[in-house]
Structures are given as structure tokens and as C-alpha cells.
Design a protein around this ligand. Structure first.
Ligand code: MN
Length: 306
């Protein structure tokens, strides 16, 4: 028994990771992806409100990935490319190929439209696509597009780290953020074990993108998202050889959001308005020049409107 004056943490003991099955979803044209967020059990991790794991896919005998013009509001789309290439085009006139090790960050704010296409000579694709909800005070900001060709990388404990968003120790990612967040990619060639310091005011989640990750005595693979909760001071991870995982964290998002189709909003009324504006071709969303023939149609709203 510990002496009564022993120093102790004021934090409750960390709960074991919550295992959440990654759903499969269709991204069109028979392309199946893994969707880790949102789920019935967990809508968000900080402001991270959407997490798709795309691939790894071999397009050699397939059509590739082609997503026609569609709108977004009140969020940022965040693409982390692991393998392959995608061409992004948007209503601001941006035209950007994203390659492995790079991030595309599109801030929708008031409204933006974009397309995404794999390139004819690119036969593989492996990526994570995330959304970040904008807090109310930034929900309606002007749209923007940022491409980050390089991000902070380092090696420790036999693992390779890439900081995708936020800060980690002395490292700072360049990515434009509107709430306290972190995104960290870890890869292993050999078996690797590391202890990561965490912020107790952040909640965290981890998605294996390849191989196996061992957390608190449990194995996680890309079919399971590990929700790690809040008030953890550290996390011990073991990666099997040739594994990869994505650690997401953020201060719990205080404002409930409405997510429907490609819209985020701070009320159902705002999402319904965005939907009407898209259907009516309102100037709010602009055009991806030359791509009007691939304009996607929003499904009907899932709730009754006045
Ligand atoms: Mn999109």
C-alpha cells in the first residue's frame, strides 16, 4: 500500500480505449472506404468531425476516384496523402495536385465547391480525409484553400512521426486551424514502442491505417477506431512492423453541430439554408470552372422543415 503522503495524480485513472468499428461506405463508382467518424458511439474528437480512410486501393483495372462538384459549409476538409495523387479543384480557382506526405486544407466557411480526381497515370491511392468543424465565431468566414507540401517530421523510438496539425513538443505544424487540435501520423518499419505525452484537456482518438497498433493490452487494426477519451497524461503505443496510425486530439467541441451530406452548421436551419442555396445555384457557392456537368445533387433533408 502506498504511503498516504505519496504524490498522486488528481486525474482519474484513464479508462481503457473504446473500440469503435469502422463502417464501410461507398464513395461512388464502387469505391469502398472506411468511415471512422462520425459513428453512433462518437460524433467528434475535438473539432475533428469526419474521418474517412481511403484505400489502399489499386486502380489498375478500375476507373479511379472521381468526385464531382459538391459544396461544403462551416468546416475544413483535410486530406492527408499516403500513397498516390489526387487533383483538387475549387470555386476559388485553386487547382492543386496532392502527393504523398502532403496535406490539402480547404476552409469552406461561408461556402465553397470542389472536385477531386485521381490522375490517369496514378494507379494506387491511400489517404485519410477528415473534416474539422468550425466554431460558431468562425463558421461563416470567407473560404480559403491551403496546400502544405511539407510538414514537420522526426524520428524517435524507431518510429517516424509527421505532425499534420497543431503542436507537439517543440514542433508546430503550419496548418491553419480555428480551434485547439492536434493530428499526428506515426509509422514503423520495425516493431516500435513509444510513450506519447498527452494534454489532459484534450480528448484523443487513434485510427490504425496499416498493420497493428497495441494500446493498453489491446490490438487495433484499420477495422477499429480507438477512442481514448480525455484526461490522459500519456499514451503507450506499440506498432507492429510496417504499421501506421493517425492520432487525433482536440479540446472537446462545446457546440453541438448539425452534419448533413456535405454541410456542417450550427443549427438545422443553417444547414437547410445551405441546402436551398446549393439547389438554387446561389452565388454563395460559386463554380468549379469547366465542371458544371458533374454537379452533385443533395439528398432531401432528413428532418421536417417549416
Ligand atoms: Mn468534399
Amino acid at each position: 500500500m502506498a504511503p498516504s503522503n505519496a504524490p498522486f495524480s488528481t486525474l482519474p485513472p484513464s479508462t481503457p480505449p473504446e473500440r469503435i468499428a469502422v463502417k464501410t461506405a461507398e464513395l461512388g463508382e464502387g469505391l469502398t472506404i472506411g468511415r471512422a467518424l462520425p459513428s453512433r458511439q462518437r460524433r467528434m474528437v475535438g473539432a475533428w468531425c469526419f474521418l474517412d480512410h481511403i484505400g489502399p486501393i489499386d486502380f489498375s483495372n478500375k476507373h479511379g476516384l472521381h468526385v464531382g462538384a459538391h459544396p461544403h459549409t462551416c468546416l475544413q476538409t483535410f486530406t492527408w496523402m499516403i500513397e498516390g495523387q489526387l487533383l483538387h479543384r475549387d470555386s476559388l480557382g485553386s487547382e492543386q495536385v496532392i502527393r504523398p506526405g502532403q496535406v490539402n486544407l480547404m476552409t469552406a466557411g461561408h461556402g465553397i465547391v470542389h472536385t477531386e480526381d485521381s490522375l490517369p497515370d496514378s494507379t494506387t491511392l491511400h489517404a485519410a480525409q477528415l473534416w474539422i468543424a468550425l466554431p460558431p465565431e468562425h463558421a461563416d468566414i470567407a473560404p480559403a484553400f491551403d496546400h502544405y507540401p511539407t510538414l514537420p517530421t522526426w524520428q524517435a523510438d524507431g518510429l517516424n512521426f509527421t505532425l499534420l496539425a497543431g503542436s507537439w513538443g517543440q514542433q508546430q505544424a503550419p496548418t491553419r486551424l480555428y480551434s485547439p487540435l492536434v493530428g499526428l501520423d506515426l509509422t514503423s518499419q520495425q516493431v516500435g514502442r513509444t510513450v506519447l505525452p498527452l494534454r489532459p484537456d484534450f480528448e484523443y482518438g487513434l485510427l490504425p491505417l496499416a498493420g497493428t497498433v497495441h494500446i493498453d493490452g489491446k490490438d487495433f487494426t484499420p477495422s477499429d477506431f480507438a477512442y481514448l477519451g480525455i484526461q490522459r497524461e500519456q499514451l503507450t503505443l506499440e506498432l507492429a512492423s510496417d504499421s501506421r496510425c493517425l492520432l487525433l486530439g482536440g479540446r472537446p467541441f462545446e457546440n453541438p453541430i448539425t452534419m448533413w451530406w456535405n454541410f456542417v452548421g450550427h443549427s438545422q436551419a443553417l444547414v437547410a439554408q445551405a441546402q436551398r442555396d446549393w439547389e438554387n445555384g446561389a452565388p454563395r457557392f460559386g463554380r468549379v470552372v469547366g465542371d458544371d456537368n458533374r454537379r452533385l445533387t443533395a439528398p432531401p433533408l432528413p428532418w421536417r422543415t417549416a
